[in-house]
Design a protein around this ligand. Structure first.
Ligand code: HEM
Length: 457
């Protein structure tokens, strides 16, 4: 259900529901597009509460209440049973879903892996993926699906920072296994969202367990080989994770914990970054003046080179465009928690076991928080521009903020600046993407754009 009446200066958006949905209707909507269970009033109110069946839920868009959930009352609002039920079969009790002491020691052990220094060391892998994407676009016949191009580019990055050099691994087979694995992890149903108990069978859970076990085997083999062969010259995520140690308890990860965290990085980091890039490229095509400004900046800084670690911090406008793409199309469009104790949010009673949802898509388009929320305006993120930190949560916030945020933004800047410095992207009439929320916010039908080389300075 996309909005046919969207004005020409507004990029594609989801038509949110304007009346309460019955359970059956919600189920039907959520199987197609999870975003469509978000009521439209979520873009106009600080909190919306309701009951679907026996489940009491709240959708929270108030920055103060979000700060309370994500930062001040972390123990009252752990990740929802849903999130855990959904992801545990694929990524075990890794950093993403662990709670309490088991989460804390893993976070302390993994944090140094993602230091700015380590990511700068991995940037050449990102530059190589940007270069390979340029070569593919050179060879394309004028039109390309930039979503699948970006999936390929970010796949090269994540597989090269995790599994590469681990012996004679068939990279096409790894790619297939990862795709099948992510596909399976992405099958979310409304049962999951509303937290129906784990023993209720989910149709999606009955299929595709092979891809998960195949992926686990690939990761186990990579870890084993790396233990035998020692670290690479420039340590990658696997080397860094193998060295990781919790400074407080001195604990290190065993093979199963290493594997689950490695797979977490793939699930959490590969498609999300591809989506950021695909939507950013679409928005550049949507507003050619913005694209021209990105190109100018990138060409001035790069002078014909592929972007690299040294350019981070020198591409402020490119960064603004990425931030605005993450606002309009947040890859993680929906976060959820289960309340563990009674609480009050925006004067509303929250009971133990209530499902507390943070519809990031609606937060980022909330009229109380953003001027012309549906409009594409990168200058919202210009230096000195002000916005409430808890009104903008593409990476979450508080102690459980995305650990890969810097990795993802460095990768996105390197690839976006390189591509726009070398190519002009133009919309294809009638093929604008429709945002659809599965586990992430995807462009249905891909992001088809005309691609034309431009001369470098
Ligand atoms: C643009 C790309 C990305 C987006 C939009 C994104 C978004 C998010 C969000 C919203 C959360 C918080 C979830 C919650 O509070 O419920 C999160 C957590 C996490 N992300 Fe990302 N992410 C991205 C890239 C990455 C990358 C590249 C990696 C790793 C290589 C990664 C690894 C993780 C991990 C491990 C967590 C769990 C952290 C914890 O709970 O301590 N993410 N991400």
């Amino acid at each position: 259900m996309s909005d046919a009446a969207v004005p020409a200066n507004i990029p594609p958006k989801v038509q949110l529901v304007t009346r309460p949905l019955s359970i059956l209707e919600s189920l039907r909507a959520a199987r197609g597009n999870l975003l469509e269970i978000i009521p439209n009033i979520c873009t106009k109110q600080p909190i919306v509460s309701g009951k679907t069946g026996i489940v009491r839920w709240h959708m929270v868009m108030d920055p103060g209440a979000l700060r309370r959930i994500l930062k001040e009352k972390l123990e009252v609002y752990p990740k929802s049973d849903i999130t855990k039920n959904l992801l545990r079969p694929a990524i075990g009790d890794s950093l993403f879903i662990a709670e309490g002491a088991h989460w804390r020691w893993q976070r302390r052990a993994v944090a140094p892996v993602f230091s700015h220094r380590n990511i700068a060391g991995l940037a050449p892998i990102m530059s190589a993926a940007a270069e390979a994407a340029c070569a593919r676009l050179e060879a394309c016949s004028g039109k390309a699906d930039l979503y699948s191009e970006m999936v390929q580019a970010t796949f090269e990055v994540i597989s090269n920072v995790t599994f590469s050099g681990s012996g004679s691994m068939d990279s096409a087979a790894v790619h297939r296994a990862i795709n099948a694995y992510i596909d399976q992890a992405a099958r979310v149903s409304l049962f999951d969202v509303l937290g129906v108990p784990t023993w209720v069978p989910r149709w999606s859970r009955m299929f595709g367990t092979n891809s998960v076990s195949e992926m686990k085997t690939v990761a186990d083999q990579a870890i084993e080989r790396r233990r035998q062969n020692g670290p690479k010259e420039v340590p990658d995520l696997l080397d860094l994770l193998l060295e990781g140690i919790d400074p407080e308890t001195k604990k290190q990860m065993n093979n199963a914990e290493l594997r689950d965290n490695l797979l977490t990085f793939i699930v959490a980091g590969h498609e999300t970054t591809a989506l950021t890039l695909a939507w950013a490229l679409y928005l550049c095509a949507f507003d050619p003046a913005v694209q021209e400004r990105v190109r100018q900046e990138a060409q001035d800084v790069l002078q014909g080179r592929i972007a690299g670690a040294e350019d981070i911090g020198r591409l402020p406008y490119t960064e603004q465009v990425i931030n605005e793409a993450l606002r309009l199309y947040p890859p993680a469009g929906f976060l959820s928690r289960t309340a563990q104790a009674p609480d009050t949010l925006c004067d509303r009673e929250v009971r133990r076991k209530d499902t507390v949802m943070m519809p990031i898509y609606a937060l980022h388009r909330n009229e109380l928080l953003w001027e012309e929320p549906d409009a594409f305006r990168p200058e919202r993120f210009a230096e000195g521009a002000e916005y409430n930190r808890f009104a903008y949560l593409p990476f979450g916030d508080g102690p459980r903020v995305c650990i890969g945020a810097h990795f993802a933004t460095v990768e996105a800047q390197i690839i976006l600046a390189t591509l726009v410095s070398r190519f002009r992207f133009t919309r294809v009439e009638g093929r604008d993407p429709k945002p659809v929320m599965v586990l992430t916010l995807r462009p249905e039908g891909g992001v088809w754009l005309e691609v034309e080389p431009v001369s470098s300075p």
